[in-house]
Design a protein around this ligand. Sequence first.
Ligand SMILES: Nc1nc2c(ncn2[C@@H]2O[C@H](COP(=O)(O)OP(=O)(O)O)[C@@H](O)[C@H]2O)c(=O)[nH]1
Ligand SMILES: *[C@@H]1O[C@H](CO)[C@@H](O)[C@H](O)[C@H]1NC(C)=O
Ligand SMILES: [Mg+2]
Length: 426
Amino acid sequence: SRMSLWCLLVTLIVWVGSRTEAGEDKTDTVSTLDTDRYSLPQDARYVLYDVNRGEGFNLRRDVHMRIAIAVKKLREKGVNAILVLPPWGGLYHWRDQKTGVRWSDLFDVPSINSFVPSIEFEEFLEVVPSPVIDRIVYLQQFSEGWNGEYVMKSEKRPCLDGDQFYEKEDGLWKGWFYGKEDVRARDLECVSFQGDADTFSDLLAKNYSTFQSIFVDRAETVLHAEYGGVEYWRARRSMRYSKQLETRAEQFITEEMKEEIDAQPLTERWQDEQATRASKGGAYVCAHWRRRDFVTSYGKTLPSIKGAAEQITELAKEYGVKKAFVATDAPKEEIEKLRKQLKITLYTFTPGPEEKLIDGASAIVEQIICSWARAFTGSHVSTFSYRIQEDREIRGFPVETTFRRMCADDVRSFPCEQPAKWKIVY
Ligand SMILES: Nc1nc2c(ncn2[C@@H]2O[C@H](COP(=O)(O)OP(=O)(O)O)[C@@H](O)[C@H]2O)c(=O)[nH]1
Ligand SMILES: *[C@@H]1O[C@H](CO)[C@@H](O)[C@H](O)[C@H]1NC(C)=O
Ligand SMILES: [Mg+2]
């Protein structure tokens, strides 16, 4: 009948319309896999990775972007690759030594998944028949070095030391798989690698696309193809924090600091965000004051406690506010010393005992609070500070309120170069 024909037509239009919309994003999510391109769900290729054990949380977030971009490129080459998000935990800086922390405890995984199909490690273990990864690919340097020029290349080579971190037991490789004791790998090989996310996705496409699962160790070896480029920012914007942590930061600002979030709200989807510089921020400044191992590593380039207090007070004066939020890893005694030197009210974030926020979660809450401040100053070369700068770019703050850092007291001996302005691009 005409009626049912009409219904069919409407359904078709809606269906075609929604497909075009998905096509515009140039992304496939796990739940909406393009069945024309990928015939069978068994074709899924899982890419797992890990980073050098000593690296901190915020460098790991950067490595995630490089790998996510590479996996997305691999998909564009026709491989149905899915990124397996490496569980958090056991990091050197985190006092809680909990392992196996899900990404969803810290980030908005559906949002990440809409940049490149991504699943948690736990889900991976559920979909594969056994907890045996096909191959470990251990990235290493070229033993002969750069040889004068930097060219992008990769080559299978004897292991320099990669095999020392794994042990063969009953024919399978045992090692650190995010603290999951029963996971094994069938094979291990070392690849000398010098290159970026493009080089890496070529390598995966050419040499590893037939494996159901590979585990890339020392993934920090892979560099950014275009640091600060559009794809970098797309990956970064998709890495939204979990709603729960956003809400916690908001609650701290409104209830404890009695300030408002005077900023452009984020759109429902990161894909819909648009350039703006209209955000103002609550009436407080934020400083990321990195201490502990930084004092040992970069001591002379950092301000003294008194110097930090002076610079934070000055920043508050410049912006006409009387409150400062300080994100810091400093021990309590140092925070109290800072408080005594400050001429304005100091706020720091400490989670309540019942909140059960892991170290990574409370670090993110502090980063969000800083991303909503009237102005921000960070610590020299800290990736923790860099992530705050990016968040402020995404949230639409004027550039001059973001790219600053605290200086050494003795700026004549230790000149104070301000951070590069990595402005957001869409
Ligand atoms: N809660 C909190 N933790 C911090 C802060 N600064 C540093 N940390 C801790 O120290 C780690 C710093 O390591 P990383 O993320 O690699 O940043 P970077 O070393 O400063 O480049 C973070 O992951 C946190 O665990 C801070 O302001 N607040
Ligand atoms: C990848 O495969 C090509 C041949 O297709 C080979 O020449 C090259 O050595 C391989 N690279 C690695 C790192 O295995
Ligand atoms: Mg670090």
